[in-house]
Design a binder for this molecule. Structure first.
Ligand SMILES: Cc1ncc(COP(=O)(O)O)c(C=O)c1O
Length: 396
């Protein structure tokens, strides 16, 4: 397989339907899914080859790589990648390899705060963030992502007014899901100054860091310098950008050995479990050998984003939308459409489309939906045609 054109990794609808992942299974067969963060793409050849090696050898024993516990290979690949892409020294020894970043969010909140303490989170946000705060008995302090006309931004002065001494954590999503913002150095430095002023731990979820569209660029929060690193936990994985979420492998990097010690004081490494061998090999292959595939995928995603923006503004201008700087997710504000009830239900019932409901990301955001455009132009056009049809009153 070459990787020169999207046709090389875009999967036909029949193939997508024959697989068993949630994206194409959750809804009824006539619904086009555009919700969960999975891409309709074949994986990078290096990932397929890495998995094939294990399959061909029936190599499913307790894994070792290069004479060490296999997890170390992921931590080292992460360190190599951060150094290569951002010049950031993300020490492998300060990296915990685990299966699941939602688990990491719950655990980090429980390790660095007490019940009743405050946790800042951008709103709208990835739904499990809200759960990780409220289900552990912490208090959610919202930092609204405000529509600033041409993009979403946040206002730390307004947040300042809401601060109390029991706020311990700033849960930052960079790039942000669902608004697709890739924060600038100035914005991140403002967050750092705020975190220093209030002595906060920063949990920086950077799972979408590979999916930033030029000219925007990703800046790892901990790479801002030693003062940032000293209070930062960085979460990342190859699962979003290389389309392998089912392989359940991720990293939690601690900016200093002390932060890691504090974490393990609450959660010994054994409690966090270990990861599977296929996920380890796939992640290392993605991070070390996946750049060509990623560049081709990003180029296709950028084209789909622009196509979506062009069609929305020409054909459905009442839907407000800022082109995401990162991710393959579009946060669509449908409030001017005058839909009664939720926009999700409207498009589900009338257009047979499976978006993510806005209210999952922000209570009450019924007039928003999140659209996943990581698909072929053919499927994206069918999604847009169906939206248009529903808005014109053609009930499918
Ligand atoms: C911001 C963010 N964090 C974490 C995750 C999921 O992480 P995991 O599958 O490792 O639990 C997602 C998935 O979409 C996400 O968008």
């Amino acid at each position: 397989m070459t990787l020169d054109t999207p046709a090389d990794f875009l999967m036909a609808k029949e193939v997508l339907l024959s697989r068993s992942n949630a994206k194409w299974r959750q809804y009824e067969a006539d619904v086009i899914p555009a919700f969960v963060a999975d891409m309709d793409f074949a994986v990078a050849p290096a990932i397929r080859a890495a998995i094939r090696r294990s399959v061909d050898l029936d190599d499913y024993g307790y894994p070792m790589r290069d004479g060490q516990k296999a997890d170390v290979a992921v931590a080292e690949a992460f360190a190599r990648r951060m150094k290569r892409l951002y010049g950031w020294e993300a020490a492998a020894a300060q990296t915990l390899v685990l299966a699941d970043l939602v688990q990491a969010t719950f655990a980090a909140i429980m390790a660095f705060s007490e019940p009743g303490d405050g946790v800042i989170v951008q709103v709208p946000n990835y739904p499990p963030f809200r759960a990780a705060i409220t289900e552990t008995g912490r208090r959610l302090l919202p930092l609204p992502m405000r529509d600033e006309g041409d993009r979403y931004g946040f206002d730390l002065e307004a947040l300042e007014a809401a601060m109390t001494p029991d706020v311990r954590i700033f849960l930052l999503c960079n790039p942000q899901n669902p608004t697709g913002r890739a924060f600038s150095e100035a914005e991140l430095r403002a967050v750092l100054a705020f975190a220093e002023a209030h002595d906060l731990i920063v949990i920086s979820d950077e799972i979408h860091s590979d999916l930033v569209h030029a000219p925007a660029r990703h800046i790892p929060f901990a790479s801002l310098g030693p003062a940032a690193a000293a209070r930062t936990l960085t979460f990342n994985s190859a699962t979003k950008s290389f389309n392998i979420p089912g392989l359940r492998t991720a990293v939690m990097h601690f900016g200093t050995p002390e932060l890691k010690e504090r974490f393990h004081h609450r959660f010994p490494a054994r409690v966090m479990g270990s990861v599977n061998a296929l996920g380890i090999d796939a992640t290392v292959a993605a991070w070390d050998e996946g750049d060509a595939w990623l560049a081709a995928a990003l180029s296709h995603l950028g084209a789909m984003r622009d196509h979506l923006a062009a069609r929305l503004s020409a054909e459905m201008p009442a839907i407000r939308f800022h082109k995401p700087e990162a991710t393959y997710l579009a946060w669509l504000d449908c409030s001017a459409l005058g839909i009664e009830g939720s926009a999700f239900d409207f498009f589900h019932d009338r257009a047979r489309l499976g978006f993510s409901p806005g209210e999952n990301f922000e209570p009450g955001a019924l007039s928003f939906v999140r659209l996943n455009f990581a698909t072929s132009q053919e499927i994206l056009d069918e999604i847009l045609d169906r939206m248009l049809g529903a808005l014109r009153g053609n009930i499918r």
